[in-house]
Design a protein around this ligand. Sequence first.
Ligand code: GRF
Length: 203
Amino acid sequence: KKLVLLISGRGSNLQSILRACQTGQIIDTKIAAVISNRAAAPGLVVAQAAGIPTEVIDHRAFPSRAEFDIALQQQIDQYAPDLVVLAGFMRQLTDAFVEHYPGRLVNIHPSLLPAFPGLHTHARAIAQGVCWHGASVHFVIPELDAGPVIIQAAVPVHTSDDPAKLGARVLAAEHEIYPQALSALLSGRCKLEEGRVYWSDPI
Ligand code: GRF
């Protein structure tokens, strides 16, 4: 099986997924390519060090979001991936792009969706005074951070937390659940049917 990962930055989720492919937590799967919209994304170096092909498609070189997304789609489709994995990809995607990958486009979001879609989730969770925060892996639909949830991890919010401390706790959980979700999707243990997620056995 093949994955294409889309990134914009650090690439720590890319690293956790790569490790899972290497150790066999995700079986018979390789990362066919990593595509970034930012040439300076540190995650590109992580991919290159592992011998994974990388591409940069700079959104600023395109007159519109639609044209960027078409270029991105063409690049992705050259690799014929089973799943397209958003791993810290910080661009909103057009409906046409999302609809081109039904059941094949997944994202990780740093909150317990449907709480806190969008940006600055850790600061917002602290400001809201919630006791639990976390991360969600979900299928992507045109509405932002709103697709069917595949797996979530919760972490406690401490009174001494600031966004960085809480974010680090959430990130550690992200690194657990993204490989778990991908492994289950690729093995068929987890399926999307008529817009709902089904697991054939417990995690
Ligand atoms: C993660 O917090 C992820 O949930 C969000 O962007 C961040 C990406 O981090 N979508 P990294 O680039 O994987 O380290």
